[in-house]
Each structure stands twice: as structure tokens, then as C-alpha cells.
Design a protein around this ligand. Structure first.
Ligand code: NAP
Length: 480
């Protein structure tokens, strides 16, 4: 099958492809800025129709046996895996992500469908020892209702399955609003959901270019009981404010400012390997990508030289060619942002040891910056590009102060061989996730999420399904 047979261009509502209005928007390939296809611009109207459809489908879906919901999720997983190659191609075309990473994302995305197919059957309640002789206490867990999911372009498939799989497993129905940058992976997921046998209205996708209007319609609807958002902190705050009048439960997976600390006793080669994985994945455009490398002064030069050698090996080019490690950034705005952060750093004394330039076609060279300091704009802001900035520290206390000196709290990494230090530093880091002697932490079996301005709620793992459940307490009286 050609990937072209799996490109869909309308909203998917109540089990059907629906064109709403006459407007269209273009999906652009970031590699060559050419239009891939035009997609229907459904706007807020599509969101409203999708909410109604999800609301109507909710009671029946909720009342299925957990095993029945689980079997459909399992089929969805199989279909995603069967179409891995076509999905990966579409992902690379619409996001620029190198093809091997796209294939990896398909596996990662599918893993949530599989995991929550299993978790669906384990939503246990509780019997609580009673407080009074004639009373008995039970606790039920029930699906929250219609869920609104808003997702970004940097993981066009996995950010959807990471939200939608636990929601569907719990018995909720969903309305998804993917980004206008990469709606094709989302629509392909709807096609596979239809083939897997999800009843009409259980999973709906509304596509459109006016995210502000669409987000507002989702947040302000009294029928939507929960918003799950992945994206920037700024938009997350706006969604929370818009949801306040209907008091929705929120999960917010927001921006980060990940530190990567290398202590003087670390295995430097291992740290360099982890640094490449944690910095340059998706050309530096992930929320858990390292933003600040904090290196002990005794090994700073050694680390910097070894990292430089590895950066020089990174090949940049068309994501569809499998030898390339670095694809284009998502759009020209992203390139401009990285350029301006580098200019600011230069003015404040940073040394551009390698790279530092944008190239034609939204490319930005893999870059190494030494002599970074906390006055530079990128010490407080996500770089979201292939730029490694190295800071120097003298003591453990200073490293921790530097690492925690940010409003964000998503992922942190550190390298040390000292078990005592590993415990202490893990406890002191104000982050939701900590990688110890590793630069790769994402998996469906562990809780993903942040604290502080990086948001609230957890995705994946046994905790992920709780976000879509309400707890109901039953008190039986006058038991004779
Ligand atoms: P973004 O601008 O916040 O967009 C994310 C989503 O929100 C997109 O669907 C976007 O739609 C929509 N959106 C934008 N403005 C909106 C508004 N006013 N009201 C309602 N929806 C709105 O973020 P991004 O630049 O696409 O993604 C990168 C950010 O996501 C980074 O900060 C990254 O750290 C974060 N992220 C976090 C995680 C995590 O798990 N914590 C994972 C991945 C990414 P349009 O694109 O169509 O405008």
C-alpha cells in the first residue's frame, strides 16, 4: 500500500469524514516548504459537532465491558504497527522528522494503545474497612465523560495515543484537535480507529487552522469534562483560564528547560553518548531535550572536546533519507527563534565552538556553544533546536542551584558513579522526571509529566488512566 492511500483531509466526526464549511488550509513539508495537501478547515464548528457526537456515544461506550474496550484498543495497536512504514513516511513529510525517528515514534505511539488495552481491565475500586457497625464503604472508579485533547507537531502520533488510549480504556469518549502543522498523522489514526471497530462518535478528530477559536470551543463547552493538552506553557495557561468557568479537570504537558549535569566522577564517554541522544533527537525539538549542559570544571574541556567530535558526525538533510540524523526545524519562525537566542548569547559572551548558522530550507546546523551563563536568554527559555550550550560549575550545591533555577520542572538528567550522590541529587532536583546515567527516559510503562510551569498530570504507566477517572464513594447504611 502506498502512503498516499492513507492521507485523509477532512474532520472525522461520528464515524464519518465530514467537510465542514468550504475553507481549506495547506499542510506544508518543512523540508522543501511545498504543499503536501489541503485539509478542510473545520474550525470551531467542527469542534462543536465533534463534542455532540462524543457526548451521544459516551453512555454506550462507558457501559461496554472493560474487556470489550480492551479488544478494540488491541486491534488499533495491531493496525498502527501494520502500517508503520506508511505512517512514518507521512510523519516525516509533515514534520521533517528523520525517518528512523519517525519509525521509532510509531512504535512509541502504538505502545500506549497496547499498554492501556491491558490497563482497561485493571480499573479496580476499593472496599474500605467501615467506620460504623451498620455501614459499609465502597469506592468505584468511573469514566469522567467527554475528553478534549489538544496536541502539538513534535510528536504528531504519540501525543495523541498517549492521551486517547487511557481515555478510551477508561470508558471516556474523545475529541482531538491536532495542530495545523501535522494533522495527517492524526487523521490516519482516525482511519485505523474506524477499521479497529471503535463505535461511531467514540473517537472524533476536528481539524482546522484557527486553534484559538477551536481551543476556546473545547474549553468552554459544559459537555467536555476534561482537557488534556500538550504544548507550550503559554497556551496551557490560556486553556486553564478558559476552562475555569466549567471547572474542568486538566492535564497539562507543557514546556521544559532540562538540565544535564555531568559530575566530576562521571563516565564521560557515557555522558557524551547520552548527551547526543537527549539533545539532538528530532533536531532538538522535544520537551525533554536538554536545554542546559552543566559540566563540572574538572572535566569541562574533556566533555566539550568529546561532544564536539560526536556533533561533527551528525548528518543533516532530508528526513526521508535514512542516513540523516538532523532534519529541518518545523518552520521559519522556529529558525528565527533559534537565531535570535544565539545572537543574544553571543552578545553576552558565549563562544560558538561549532555550527551556529541557519541554512536554506529551515535547517539549523548542529551547534556547540561554550562559555554559556545564566544571563543568556536560553538559560530560561526552551531552545527547541539542535544547539548544545555548556555551562561550568564548581560544586554539587552550585550544580543543584543552577539546575533548579528555572520556572520549569519537566525532565532533568545527570551522570555520576556515586550511589549516594545519585540518591541525593535525584531527591533535590525539582523535576517530574530524572534520567540518571541515561539520556533516554520515555516509555509507556513509566509516568511522564512535569511540575511547576511544566504542568500537571501524568501520562503512561499505571497512573495515566487515573487522569480520566472519577472516584465515587458509596456509603451503605443500616446493614442488618
Ligand atoms: P503550542 O503552540 O502550544 O501548540 C500546541 C497545540 O496547541 C497545537 O495543537 C496548537 O494548534 C494549539 N494551540 C496553539 N495556540 C492555541 C490557543 N490559543 N488555544 C488553543 N490551542 C492552541 O506548542 P507547539 O509549539 O506546537 O509545541 C511545542 C511545545 O510543546 C513546546 O513548549 C514543548 O516543550 C511542548 N511539549 C510538551 C510535551 C510534554 O509532554 N510536556 C511534549 C511535547 C511538546 P496550532 O499548531 O494549529 O496553532
Amino acid at each position: 500500500m502506498s502512503y498516499k492511500d492513507l492521507i485523509f483531509t477532512s474532520s472525522y466526526i461520528n464515524g464519518e469524514w465530514k467537510q465542514i464549511g468550504q475553507k481549506k488550509f495547506s499542510v506544508i513539508n518543512p523540508f522543501n516548504q511545498k504543499e503536501i495537501v489541503q485539509v478542510d478547515d473545520g474550525g470551531a464548528e467542527a469542534i462543536k459537532k465533534a463534542i455532540d457526537s462524543a457526548q451521544s456515544a459516551f453512555p454506550k461506550w462507558r457501559d461496554l465491558l472493560a474487556k470489550e474496550r480492551s479488544e478494540i484498543l488491541e486491534k488499533w495497536y495491531d493496525l498502527i504497527q501494520q502500517h508503520k512504514s506508511e505512517i512514518a513516511t507521512i510523519m516525516t513529510l509533515e514534520s521533517g522528522k528523520p525517518i528512523n525517528e519517525s519509525k521509532g515514534e510509531v512504535d512509541y505511539a502504538a505502545s500506549f494503545a497496547k499498554w492501556f488495552a491491558e490497563e482497561a481491565k485493571r480499573v479496580y475500586g476499593d472496599i474500605i474497612p467501615t467506620h460504623a457497625h451498620k455501614k459499609r464503604i465502597a469506592v468505584l472508579k468511573q469514566p469522567i465523560g467527554v475528553v478534549g485533547a489538544i496536541t502539538p507537531w513534535n510528536f504528531p502520533l504519540a501525543m495523541i495515543t498517549r492521551k486517547v488510549s487511557p481515555a478510551l480504556a477508561a470508558g471516556c469518549t474523545v475529541v482531538i484537535k491536532p495542530t495545523k502543522e501535522s494533522p495527517l498523522c492524526a487523521l490516519l489514526l482516525a482511519h485505523l480507529a474506524q477499521k479497529a471497530g471503535f463505535p461511531a462518535g467514540v473517537l472524533n478528530i476536528a481539524v482546522g487552522s484557527n486553534s484559538k477559536e477551536m481551543g476556546k470551543a473545547l474549553c468552554e463547552s459544559p459537555l467536555v469534562k476534561k482537557i488534556s493538552f500538550t504544548g507550550s506553557t503559554e497556551v496551557g495557561k490560556a486553556l486553564m483560564a478558559q476552562s475555569s468557568q466549567t471547572l474542568k479537570k486538566m492535564s497539562l504537558e507543557l514546556g521544559g528547560n532540562a538540565p544535564f549535569i555531568v559530575f566530576e566522577d562521571a563516565d564521560v564517554d557515557l555522558a557524551v553518548k547520552g548527551a547526543i541522544a537527549a539533545k539532538f533527537r528530532n533536531s532538538g525539538q522535544t520537551c525533554v531535550c536538554v536545554n542546559r549542559f552543566l559540566i563540572h570544571q574538572d572535566i569541562y574541556d574533556q566533555f566539550s572536546e568529546k561532544l564536539l567530535k560526536e556533533i561533527q558526525k551528525l548528518k543533516m538533510g532530508n528526513g526521508l533519507e535514512s542516513e540523516n540524523h538532523i532534519g529541518p526545524l518545523i518552520n521559519s519562525k522556529a529558525v528565527e527563534k533559534v537565531k535570535s537566542l544565539i545572537q543574544d548569547a553571543k552578545e553576552k559572551g558565549a563562544k560558538i565552538t561549532y555550527g551556529g548558522n541557519s541554512l536554506e530550507g529551515n535547517f539549523f546546523e548542529p551547534t556547540l556553544i561554550t562559555n554559556a551563563n545564566s544571563d543568556m536568554q536560553f538559560s530560561n527559555e526552551e531552545i527547541f533546536g539542535p544547539v548544545a550550550a555548556l555551562y561550568k560549575f564548581k560544586s554539587l550545591e552550585q550544580a543543584l542551584d543552577m539546575a533548579n533555577d528555572t520556572i520549569y520542572g519537566l525532565a532533568a538528567y545527570f551522570y555520576s558513579k556515586d550511589i549516594n550522590r545519585c540518591w541525593k541529587v535525584s531527591e533535590e532536583l525539582e523535576y517530574g522526571m530524572v534520567g540518571i546515567n541515561t539520556g533516554l527516559i520515555s516509555t509507556e510503562v513509566a509516568p511522564f509529566g512535569g511540575i511547576k510551569a511544566s504542568g500537571m498530570g501524568r501520562e503512561g504507566s499505571k497512573y495515566g488512566i487515573e487522569e480520566y477517572l472519577e472516584i465515587k464513594y458509596l456509603c451503605y447504611g443500616n446493614i442488618q
